[in-house]
Design a protein around this ligand. Structure first.
Ligand code: GDP
Ligand code: MG
Length: 177
């Protein structure tokens, strides 16, 4: 039972997908570093960030991939999806257009990765109450129809951010153990 064995138990690749500016990079920044960028550009995007998590006393490393902005050019490559076991499919509750894109992102995810990739539909920017264009019920209904987990989050207010990542990681762990 070497130290190495204890820490290298699980490494899960998780991808962040969804339209530009829905808050993918800020969800990762909030989750991994407890930071928020009010005027973020694609420059804050990193290739991936590894975050240690504790699930049922097991140390799990979540390797979370961010797009670095290439989704603006519809050019997220197959390498991005390769080996992913989890996905956060993100839209912005204040921009319906980003919710309408979810079907396209799901197709892309299923084209490039395993059908069984554990996916959560994430309605981000729940703090923008006055500007809401997509109801919680609509998000829930789409998630149920597509067999996805669902949560509304705010990277700004830190609402449900850890919970969203944990939901995916726990489910992957449950499937594999
Ligand atoms: P990405 O293109 O999907 O990675 O989106 P970013 O993380 O770069 O965020 C795009 C813009 O939305 C930035 O100006 C962020 O500050 C803002 N943003 C991200 N998350 C939230 C949130 O939860 N609430 C609010 N109000 N703004 C957010
Ligand atoms: Mg980004």
């Amino acid at each position: 039972y070497s130290e190495e064995e204890k820490t290298e138990d699980y490494l899960f690749k998780i991808v962040l997908i969804g339209d530009s500016a829905v808050g993918k990079s800020n969800l990762l920044a909030r989750f991994a570093r407890d930071e928020f960028y009010p005027n973020s550009k694609s420059t804050i995007g990193v290739e991936f960030q590894t975050q240690k998590m504790d699930i049922n006393g097991k140390e799990i490393k979540a390797q979370i991939w961010d797009t670095a902005g290439q989704e603006r050019f519809r050019a997220v490559t197959s390498a991005y999806y390769r080996g992913a076991v989890g996905a956060l499919l993100v839209y912005d509750i204040s921009r319906r257009q980003t919710f309408d894109s979810i079907g396209r992102w799901l197709n892309e995810l299923h084209t490039h990765s395993d059908m069984n990739v554990v996916t959560i539909l994430v309605g981000n920017k729940s703090d923008l109450k006055e500007a809401r264009e997509v109801t919680t019920a609509e998000g829930k209904a789409l998630a149920e129809a597509q067999g996805l987990f669902f949560m509304e989050t705010s990277a700004l207010d830190s609402l449900n951010v850890t919970a969203a990542f944990q939901t995916v990681v726990k489910e992957i762990y449950n499937i594999l153990s």
